[in-house]
Design a binder for this molecule. Structure first.
Ligand code: SF4
Length: 430
């Protein structure tokens, strides 16, 4: 089983109206959706992620989240052995036994995610039925959900989308006469969540809920009075599930960099009727701190040429940030999927002549990249080493998903993530 594989992207018929998009359909080189467990298990503190998969899946998660060796981890793998493949009935019984013993040992677990993998899909193990069965038989305090993180169905960041979408049906219904509320959607480090909460409070926007929450008891309510703001650009399925429950999206650029953060906050503030003066007063200190933090990185990055391979779905907002706030030159911006209604405000901010590509054809993209000889390539781990060996500086896109990069206070750190590999290269050359 290739763990750097992914399904072919869904063909979308509608053409972009304002920007030509190069559509690539070929070989992929991306991680599977199990990767999302690495940041999700840190976020939801009373959740456990049980991958139902092979030793390969266990190895992927353990090596990627290796820092957890110091604590009892909130993820694990129920290994599908060869003998399990012989009989699904036994497999279900074994899964029930594994879950019961896990919950007995770990009474602090309140949400259990059964995470599907390539092997569980191949043997057609129905994890949604298993989750329903286990929800009934487990402790009444534990809710069991399922989603797929398999490389057949999901790429890298789609695991988070599938996980959050699985939670949406369990969100409490907002009360009948509820006032308008805001839901921020996408896993954010706690420190960033707190910063955003303080800003929304100061603006008078709210009440504000976050999905995913830190604790299962804080699942935000949803209904027709809920407006939701995506904090991450890869949450298409979750957005649709929220819309089905009556919530409405607020479309805005994503909160990366000072400009994106301001536009994101403003989109909510306008809906809540916040005056321009109040908005300026609340956001000015953050904007000022971000501006100062970006200054020294701009000196390092301005004029440098950057090429994005499609990987995390963060590529378009990051490219916008690098071009507009750090004056970098964009050679090509690849994204694995392009949902135009979520991405339209971002696309409108990209320089008009930049090549935007959707999907992956890794050979062709490598060829274009080598020809362009950019100063920096943002790509997955599998491509980084060969490029580095060729003297092309790379940034691992996975690091951008693990690191706190949203909001004013993180704008400087985000810029530094791109400046660091260039500094390292120049030190090596010296
Ligand atoms: S889910 Fe599939 S692609 Fe991901 S680690 Fe397991 S076998 Fe590999």
């Amino acid at each position: 089983m290739n763990c750097l594989t992914a399904p072919a992207p869904v063909e979308r018929g509608a053409a972009l109206e304002e920007r030509a998009v190069l559509r690539e359909r070929g070989q992929h080189e991306v991680f599977c959706g199990l990767t999302g467990i690495i940041w999700l298990h840190r976020k939801i503190q009373d959740a456990f992620f049980l991958v139902v998969g092979s030793r390969t899946c266990a190895h992927l998660i353990q090596s990627a989240a290796g820092v957890m060796i110091f604590a009892e981890p909130r993820f694990g793998t129920a290994i599908i052995e060869e003998r399990d493949l012989a009989g699904l009935a036994d497999m279900n019984a074994e899964l029930d036994r594994a879950v019961t013993s896990l919950l007995e040992r770990r009474p602090e677990i309140k949400i259990l995610f059964l995470v599907g993998s390539c092997p569980s899909e191949v043997i057609k193990l129905d994890l949604s039925r298993a989750a329903a069965r286990l929800s009934e038989t487990c402790s009444p305090d534990v809710r069991v959900f399922s989603y797929s993180g398999s490389g057949i169905e999901t790429t890298f960041t789609q695991g988070e989308d599938a996980c959050l979408a699985a939670l949406v049906p369990a969100l409490p219904q907002e009360p009948v006469a509820a006032e308008a509320s805001l839901m921020v959607v996408g896993a954010l480090p706690d420190v960033v969540e707190d910063q955003f909460r303080r800003l929304f409070d100061a603006l008078g926007v709210g009440p504000v809920g976050f999905l995913p929450p830190r604790q299962s008891g804080a699942l935000p309510a949803v209904g027709p009075q809920t407006r939701f703001l995506l904090a991450q650009p890869f949450l298409d399925t979750t957005a649709r599930a929220l819309e089905k429950r009556g919530a409405s999206p607020i479309t805005a650029p994503f909160p990366m960099g000072a400009e994106g953060t301001t536009a994101w906050l403003l989109a909510a503030a306008e809906l809540w009727g916040v005056s321009r003066e109040r908005f300026e007063d609340v956001t000015a200190p953050g904007r000022e701190r971000a501006k100062r933090a970006l200054q020294r990185h701009r000196e390092r990055l301005a004029g440098k040429r950057v090429f994005f391979f499609p990987d995390s779905q963060l590529e378009i907002p990051l490219a916008r940030f690098l071009a507009r706030e750090l004056e970098m030159e964009l050679v090509e911006v690849g994204t694995p999927y392009l949902r135009q209604d979520h991405m339209a405000p971002e696309l409108a901010l990209l320089p008009p002549d930049v090549v935007v590509s959707e999907g992956q054809h890794v050979d062709k993209q490598i060829e274009r990249c080598r020809e362009a000889r950019p100063d920096l390539v943002v790509c997955g781990l599998g491509l980084a080493n060969p490029f580095e060996a060729d003297g092309i500086t790379t940034k691992w896109s996975i690091e951008l998903v693990f690191s706190p990069i949203h909001g004013y206070e993180q704008a400087g750190d985000l810029a530094e993530l791109f400046a660091r590999p260039l500094d390292r290269r120049s030190r090596l050359e010296v």
